[in-house]
Design a protein around this ligand. Sequence first.
Ligand code: SF4
Length: 369
Amino acid sequence: MSDKTSIEWTDATWNPIVGCSVVSPGCTNCYAMRQAARIELMDLGRRAKRGDNLAVGGTSYAGLTQPSKSGPVWTGKVALASDETLTQPLRWKRGRRIFVNSMGDLFHESVPDEWIDRVFAAMALAPQHTFQVLTKRTKRMRSYLTESRSMMSWAIQAQALKRAQFSVFSVRDVGVWRRSGLPNVHLGVSAEDQPRADERIPELLATPGAVRFVSGEPLLGEINFESVLNPASGNHLDVLHRSTLHGPNYGERPRLDWIIVGGESGKGARPMHPDWARSIRDQCAAAGVPFFFKQWGEWAPGENVERGGTLDVAYNLYADDDWSFGRLSERESEQTHIDNEPTVYRVGKARACRRLDGVEHNAFPEPRR
Ligand code: SF4
């Protein structure tokens, strides 16, 4: 939980659970997995210094990851937060955008339904905030949020969290949540490439939600959203999309309200082809969907690169090729036209900046109240 975060599309992070397991290629270099191992190590160091018995106690990050040849990996164990953490957003009076679970996935298979009930109850009790729930477990999110029992449980849990004598929410509130989700909760799915978009976006569209968004980060391939954003186009996604209309949103046309795109950062980061990002930007512009370009990540095109020094380069001529990697010596990098695309250069997240074709894209969806 942090009231400060470097994640560009949110103001704060809140982790009612920590821990996860990898589910798809986008997870390979999971930042949270490395961070969880680091926090556990730091805690061990602190406790060793104090002379504590290391076999007992420790932070909630203990045992969430284990070492492997390629670095720490999740064990699949998740830890539920303390009541203090669970109720933290209720004590933040100023409204914020809050990213829920930057260190795990709320709909992970090891998280009990009863705990998710408590998390949604806390979000219902803090309408001053906008909560951004992002998951790769879209099937579970859909089944949880289409079950009537869930919303009744939020009301019961909200009463318990407030230690109130009478119910905090009315039957009418529960009815609204059932039809269109909690108004201050934005539901998002991660989709790193077309197969993941095809699998997860229809599930998202079939889930009752006030605002629905997609995070294409790390973007690992092209994504054609046209069929999702423009259901008249009639391809396979559209068929799935139509079938979902017989779910809880029957009578409405569910749509995406926001798309985020970002390249991968950190050790072992994979490049993002500039044309993948441009294509999504243009699809959003055509459909009137807010677009947020979060970052290039580790690799950036020539226009964002300062000349000089040796440069690691990656080539991917036709956007769907495999990447080839190389290195330019200092002399070569002086002589090369580094604006030539589709080559991208490893410059690190901080230097790569956030401009796409010279423009920062910082659009957000309209909140629903
Ligand atoms: S789902 Fe998210 S938190 Fe879990 S392993 Fe994948 S990237 Fe990491």
